[in-house]
Design a protein around this ligand. Structure first.
Ligand code: XMP
Length: 529
């Protein structure tokens, strides 16, 4: 059994981040809502608990609390922010809710020397309430300007509390605290490595599917490719991977995916050329949500036909990843307004009567990438930019015709080629000097997280070789982001932008003007639609 920790989510926006950091320390953990049933939480046999922050005050009606079985388990507990206050409240200490809010960077001063805090001084605070009396058995470990008990511990029970957020980027070395808690205090061995993840998944897949066949819909994205690669490793030729070419892909995308499968996984893809069908269904449609629906439905229809032709395999492999699972079960967090209907190629309807194989269900994106690399998938596939399920329809504003899609594809290929040549694309390095939305390459260069061209249904006048032109405009979108929930526009060098614009206007028929999108997300989104 892989040693693990249970993270209890008290409603913090950072709960997933805690889990990610613990996994980075190579300790397996799962995130549970604070009130999840005991059997569910204990089913992973945790060696300790981490209690997340949360927006409530412990004295509020309906405030989340620590379930009794956790305190009775005798296992170590680390409370972060609200988690620390809940621990204090449960054990007879006092929390003051009239204190001034403390938000932003702070310095902590150690009051006792302990390895838990040894690498920390600057921390990130975000709390209203604070502890005014520690429960019996606790000693103060650190204080800050605003918090007399910025960190506290009861070494005999192995209970600890920190008022700050070790999980966020703005607490340098915060991961060291989580690592020390997980590995030294809870004694969970750091055994969660790509190799162990692969070994574990292979055994599970074999057990689930036996000698049956598994169908996989490969989109060319990271998740569906890594899921298919894992299934392939587990059951070899029992896997049938299908790739639907919608005619809405980027330049050379179909060939790249097929050759990655052939060369690196020694597996053939069943490629289905459905460009005519997709473009036919999209004729005269300009409304973005309608375009998305059409592509989604068409995809399902084509996939159904393929499944039938392949003798209706019993299992379907999907690239569902852990954030998808967490988002649908997190307390109070799945009410977010639907801004766009995200259509994932793997998102097939329930009535398709497949049993699902979801080998990435408990993995974060960075783990999926590490597994992909360990399985031998090429870097170009593993570090691929996200690409929306509905493909270039989303970036071809207005009518989606064959001519306009190829115009967009050609312009996009120029942008990607130039950014790549200038070193702005690819795998980010491990530089810690980068800010939250900015990642750098090993050479210290800012890495653009996503970059593409959008074709606008706007024509304007230009002049080329003494001739008046009246053609379409294209927008360049390039962003830096860590999680795609927020993003900043990339400060690309002007010369590079000029080179891209110049090449697009000269080499792509039908575009005579290029603009650069300088809005962040929010208020804009990354895609235009
Ligand atoms: P927005 O435009 O909402 O996009 O800021 C955030 C990220 O999601 C990608 N995206 C999609 N991915 N299916 C997907 O799998 C979709 O329908 C879809 N729409 C947007 C987008 O490219 C960006 O990375």
């Amino acid at each position: 059994m892989t040693p693990s920790l249970a993270i209890l989510d008290f409603g913090s926006q950072y709960a997933q981040l805690i889990a990610r950091r613990v996994r980075e320390a190579q300790v397996y953990c799962e995130l549970f809502p604070w009130d999840a049933p005991q059997e569910k939480i204990l089913s992973i046999h945790p060696k300790g608990f981490i209690l997340s922050g949360g927006p409530k005050s412990v004295y509020e009606d309906g405030a989340p609390f620590i379930q009794d079985f956790i305190l009775k388990s005798g296992l170590p507990i680390l409370g972060i922010c609200y988690g620390m206050q809940a621990l204090t409240h449960a054990l007879g200490g006092q929390v003051d809710s009239s204190a001034h809010r403390e938000y932003g960077p702070a310095e902590i001063q150690p009051l006792l020397s302990t390895p838990l805090l040894s690498s920390l001084s600057k921390v990130w605070m975000s709390h209203g309430d604070r502890i005014t009396k520690m429960p019996e058995g606790f000693v103060a470990l650190a204080k800050s300007g605003n918090s007399p008990f910025a960190a506290m511990g009861d070494f005999s029970r192995k209970y600890f509390g920190v008022q700050f957020h070790p999980e966020v980027h703005h607490t340098p070395n915060g991961i060291e605290l989580l690592k020390h808690f997980a590995i030294d205090i809870c004694e969970a061995k750091p055994e969660w490595t790509p190799a162990s993840i692969i070994e574990d998944s292979v055994a599970r897949i074999r057990q689930q599917v036996g000698s049956e066949r598994v169908l996989a819909a490969v989109s060319g994205g990271v998740d569906s490719s890594v899921a298919a690669a894992l299934v392939r490793k587990a059951i070899g030729d029992q896997l049938v991977a299908v790739f639907v070419d919608t005619g809405l892909l980027r330049k050379n995308e179909g060939e790249q995916v097929a050759s990655a499968f052939r060369e690196h996984l020694h597996s053939e893809l069943v490629a289905v050329d459905a460009a005519e069908e997709f473009l036919g269904a999209l004729k005269d449609v300009t409304e973005p949500e309608q375009k998305r629906r059409i592509v989604g439905e068409k995809f399902i229809r084509i996939f159904e036909q393929q499944a039938k032709q392949l003798g209706q395999p019993r299992f379907l492999a999907q690239g569902t990843i852990y954030p998808d699972v967490v988002e649908s079960s997190a307390p109070d967090r799945n009410k977010a307004e639907r801004i766009k209907t995200h259509h994932n190629v793997g998102g097939l309807p329930e009535d398709m009567k497949f049993e699902l194989v979801e080998p990435l269900r408990y993995l974060f994106k960075d783990e999926v990438r590490a597994v992909g690399e360990a399985l031998g998938l090429p870097e170009s596939l593993v570090w691929r930019q996200p690409f929306p399920g509905p493909g270039l329809t989303v970036r071809c504003l207005g009518e989606v015709t064959r001519e306009r899609v190829s115009r967009l594809r050609a312009a996009d290929a120029i942008l990607i080629e130039e950014l790549s040549r200038a070193g702005f694309l690819g795998k980010p390095g491990s530089s810690s000097s980068s800010t939250a939305d900015e990642q750098t390459s090993n050479a210290g260069q800012t890495v653009v997280s996503q970059a593409f061209v959008v074709l606008l249904p706007v024509r304007s006048v230009g002049v080329m070789g003494d001739q008046r032109t009246y053609q379409e405009a294209a927008a360049i979108r390039a962003v830096t982001t860590e999680d795609f929930m927020t993003a900043d526009w990339a400060r690309l060098p002007h010369d590079l932008l000029a080179q891209v614009a110049n090449r697009i206007v000269n080499e792509v028929d039908g575009i005579n003007r290029v603009v650069y999108d300088i809005t962040s997300k929010p208020p804009a989104t990354i895609e235009w639609e």
